[in-house]
Design a protein around this ligand. Structure first.
Ligand code: C2O
Ligand code: CU
Length: 536
């Protein structure tokens, strides 16, 4: 008898479960009343799109020879537009497309051998739907998500978020795209269908038998909350794992949508490339090999106001960038490479510690584009993209005293202001009021080991107000800072050693505990994550 775990509605659901689930061995009919609103109005939730998603073990042919064991998502639309969920690369990459204002129900089934939960990265969600590790479900259990899409159009994503095992589960394949559309964007007639291409970039370490190799002692086991020194002293995983856990795990094979040596065949026309860095810890400095600039049209939270030209774009773990790529002047036969360029060792420190043959900050190809077909499509890049309001820091209730969070390391474990993640703990300095605007400042200067971090705040989209860097780190920062895209809406930002960043954050109407953390997943899993509370 499966168990639907969703604290808000467990009682209500349980009553109808026996008959509905046992009778149909499937999902209860859509008409069944379920109360879901976070504001406890008890209006029945009438989903316009219903999806069944499973986390499951599978094997995929990625390299010639043995199939690779993965933990992937599988699923289907059970009501609504059947094309809303597609899978790329034989199932490795799910792409779920929703619309702003749409009511979505997702029935999630855990067929993995350990607890898991899905987080909808970048989406504005009630706390109970946000995929907090406390809501992780055991093997065989179900979780019903119900939400109305609040976000503007953009490239969001979803991934596993269990306690201490996020790094391992994403590494083995628990990640997908969540693409939101809306009317503002549709009116621009940007490239769509085959010309709107989600590209998920990841690095993997692969053993001789084509299997993904991760930390030998899983994060969250001996190496989780106990700290890295403890596990090293106990002989679990050894020194290499300890360093990988502390610095972040890097692979030496670059996969795009789960494929090595990825080639995108294109026609002579414009494309929208949605680039997602779903790597555990690697930062990319993306540039076209022929030196032409990248044309950025969107960031984490959707379209920017006007196209931005960048010589390169720095993409930290969990960040997204939408790029306009016009191949109409390239003759068929042309090959182009999107590569990752060199950047400074101080930023890249993780790679210097010897846990990979492809150090962070090295130059390598990410993907190839090959012009294979002629097309007469005329695609004109709109000069006005999204409406992005001006940043108004004076709206912040703490305008004169920003809330400061320092990344720290004590006893060889990461933390924020000296505190590590604890499932339920949240302090007064981590408590905000709903529907207020605040300035938050993250500082990357206090820890005894300085390296780059990718800071993410759940439940919000924010704006970047300003950055500053200590002079001794300015040249290292300059090796990546030309690729920051701080315009537009963000939910994840890179801060390099010695750097401070100020964010303007508007908290929405949903109350409860949400997470803020580093998205370098080994940092997150070993404690660089905290709850914050939105109270009424
Ligand atoms: Cu994509 Cu808590 O994160
Ligand atoms: Cu970090």
């Amino acid at each position: 008898m499966p168990d639907i775990k969703n604290p808000k509605r467990r009682t209500l659901l349980r009553a109808s479960l026996t008959s509905a689930l046992l009778a149909s061995a499937g999902w209860p009919p859509a008409s069944r009343p379920v109360s879901v609103q976070s504001d406890s109005t008890h209006t029945p939730f009438a989903p316009e799109l219903e999806v069944e998603l499973r986390a499951k073990k599978d094997q995929l042919a990625i390299w010639p020879g043995s199939a690779t064991h993965v933990w992937r998502y599988d699923g289907k639309v059970t009501q609504g537009d059947a094309g809303a969920l597609v899978f790329l690369s034989d199932g490795y990459v799910p792409v779920l497309r929703v619309r702003r204002g749409q009511k979505v129900r997702i029935d999630f089934i855990n067929e993995l051998p350990e607890p898991t939960i899905i987080h909808w990265h970048g989406l504005l969600m009630p706390a109970a739907m946000d995929g907090h590790p406390r809501n992780a479900i055991s093997p065989g259990q179900h979780f019903r998500y119900e939400f109305e899409v609040q976000n503007r159009a953009g490239t969001y994503w979803f991934h596993a978020h269990p306690d201490g095992r996020t790094g391992a589960q994403i590494y083995f394949g628990q990640a997908g795209f969540l693409i939101v559309g809306d009317e503002e964007e549709a009116a621009l007639k940007l490239p769509e269908g085959a010309y709107d291409v989600p590209l998920m970039i990841q690095d993997r370490k692969v053993n001789g038998d084509n299997q993904f190799a991760y930390l030998s002692q899983p994060a969250g086991g001996m190496m989780g909350r106990g700290g890295m020194m403890k596990s090293a002293m106990m002989g679990n995983g050894g020194m290499g794992d300890m360093m990988a856990q502390m610095m972040g795990f890097l692979g030496d094979q670059i996969l795009v949508n789960g494929r090595p040596d990825f080639v995108l065949p294109v026609a002579t026309r414009a494309y929208r490339l949605r680039l997602l860095n779903a790597s555990n810890a690697r930062i990319y400095k993306l540039a076209w090999n022929d030196g032409s600039p990248l044309t950025v049209i969107g960031t984490d939270g959707g379209l920017v106001e006007t196209p931005l030209l960048r010589r390169y774009v720095t993409l930290a773990p969990a960040e997204r960038i939408d790029v306009w790529a016009d191949f109409s002047h390239q003759p068929p036969g042309t090959k182009m490479t999107l590569e990752s360029r060199e950047f400074a060792g101080d930023v890249a420190m993780g790679g210097m510690m010897g846990n990979t043959e492809l150090p962070m900050g090295a130059r390598f190809p990410v993907l190839n584009v090959r012009v294979t077909q002629h097309s007469d499509a005329s695609n004109i890049l709109p000069m006005h993209l999204g409406r992005v309001p001006a940043v108004r820091p004076q709206e912040a209730v703490n305008f004169s005293r920003p809330r400061v969070f320092s990344i720290t390391m004590g006893m060889m474990t990461w933390g924020i202001d000296g505190r590590r993640f604890e499932m339920d703990s949240v302090t007064a300095s981590e408590t905000v009021r709903r529907e207020t605007t605040e300035i938050w400042e993250f500082r990357n200067e206090a820890s005894m080991m300085l390296m780059a971090h990718s800071m993410h705040v759940h439940g919000v989209q924010f704006r970047v107000l300003k950055r500053s860097v200590a002079t001794e780190f300015s040249s290292a920062r300059d090796s990546v800072a030309g690729g920051y895209v701080d315009e537009g809406w963000k939910d994840t930002v890179l801060i390099v050693p010695g750097e401070r960043i100020r964010l303007l954050i508007r908290f929405g109407g949903y109350t409860g505990t949400f997470l803020y953390h580093c998205h370098m997943l080994e940092h997150e899993d070993s404690g660089l994550m905290r709850n914050y509370l939105i109270r009424a």
